[in-house]
Design a protein around this ligand. Structure first.
Ligand code: DAH
Length: 349
């Protein structure tokens, strides 16, 4: 009888090797433990046994039942695990794009630069570029900024050592190389290679030895503009800048020119603006950019006759525009690459 029990256990074990589903498992279990199952039938045999053999058989029966239940329990756990993996396998399609939601986007400074450029393109300006490494002559002298001008102070300007080699940056004489402190030097580079009439917009990176705080960065961006033609007047300057600023900040914008001073323009102005779309700044005049009529001395330095040619120039900080447009109160946000900041601007492009 005990041999029979062992055979039932072995048979149960063998039948579990080939089960592929929960239904197979149920069927296998019924064939051993169900009402007509092998073990149930074997247990009935106890009735026919002599009394003295009954306890030993009962014990063997319990053992066999325990072992069989263990086998079925393990088989069920293995089946569930396999089903879990399979259902997971159905959900994970390695060919699909990842669910990570950090889409690439345009940096707010790039976005603002593009907007500025596209506004000027519509009225015939073309983009001019020059190197970020400049020479003192292009950055200062040619812009009528004399040697003793505070802008040339070593405190503001980053100079290269005298023996630095910059074969791609032409010099006027033996002057020092610097990191350009403004994009105004592109005015000179352009006037030396292109004859007027000339309309350029020159966005780019600038550098100053500024202490970094909420409104200053040692590395920042500007856009320069220059228009040289015959008979250009302050009225043209005002017309172009009004058009530009309204395109950027909305039609209800008011602008004003306030007298100022720059060595390379005469007269020079600061442009202020006031308008309903400027958030917290809506109720006051805010300074946005510098501009003026190109100083005759600048034209002379690039061999243009100021009696024939006149022009206007302007320069504005891209960070400043972005801060006003988006209500950003600290320039350092632009350079920290914090996704929480950048994600607010990403158009997903
Ligand atoms: N270069 C000036 C600066 O960095 C900005 C500027 C002012 C540019 C007046 C101009 C201009 O072209 O006409 O502060």
């Amino acid at each position: 009888m005990e041999k029979d029990l062992q055979a039932i256990v072995a048979q149960a074990e063998a039948s579990l090797q080939s089960i592929a589903s929960r239904a197979d498992w149920e069927q296998a279990k019924a064939s051993v433990l169900g009402p007509n199952g092998a073990l149930t039938q074997a247990a009935k045999g106890i009735a026919d046994l002599p009394k003295e053999e009954k306890p030993a058989f009962g014990q063997a029966l319990n053992q066999a039942k325990g072992r069989i239940e263990e086998l079925f329990g393990n088989a069920l756990a293995a089946l569930d695990e396999r089903a879990d993996l399979e259902s997971l396998g159905e959900k994970v399609d390695p060919t699909l794009p990842s669910t990570c939601s950090l889409n690439g986007g345009t940096h707010p400074l790039t976005d603002v630069r593009r907007r500025i450029v596209s506004i000027f393109r519509k009225i015939g300006f073309t983009v001019a570029e020059a190197t970020e490494v400049e020479t003192e002559w292009f950055c200062f002298d040619a812009l009528n900024t004399p040697e003793d001008h505070p802008a040339r102070d070593a405190q503001d300007t980053l100079f290269f050592p005298p023996d630095s080699q910059w074969s791609n940056v032409s010099r006027k004489g033996k002057e020092a190389h610097v990191l350009r402190t403004h994009t105004s030097s592109v005015q000179i580079r352009s006037l030396l290679v292109e004859s007027p009439p000339l309309r350029i917009i020159a966005p780019g990176r600038c550098f100053r030895r500024d202490t970094v705080d909420a409104t200053h960065s040692a590395n920042f961006h500007q856009t320069e503009g220059l228009y040289v033609d015959r008979k250009v007047t302050v009225r043209d300057l005002k017309g172009v800048l009004d058009y530009f600023l309204k395109e950027l900040f909305g039609n209800k914008l008011e602008t004003r020119l306030r007298p100022s001073f720059f060595p390379f323009t005469e007269p020079s102005f600061e442009v202020d603006l006031k308008g309903p779309n400027l958030g917290k700044l809506s109720d006051r005049w805010i300074e946005i950019m510098g501009c003026g009529m190109v100083d005759p001395e600048v034209l002379r330095l690039v061999d243009l006759d100021p009696a024939e040619w006149t022009g206007f120039a302007f320069g504005l900080g891209i960070e400043r525009v972005a801060m006003i447009l988006h209500g950003i109160d600290d320039i350092r946000h632009f350079y920290q690459n914090d996704q929480r900041f950048l994600a607010q601007f990403s158009s997903g492009s």
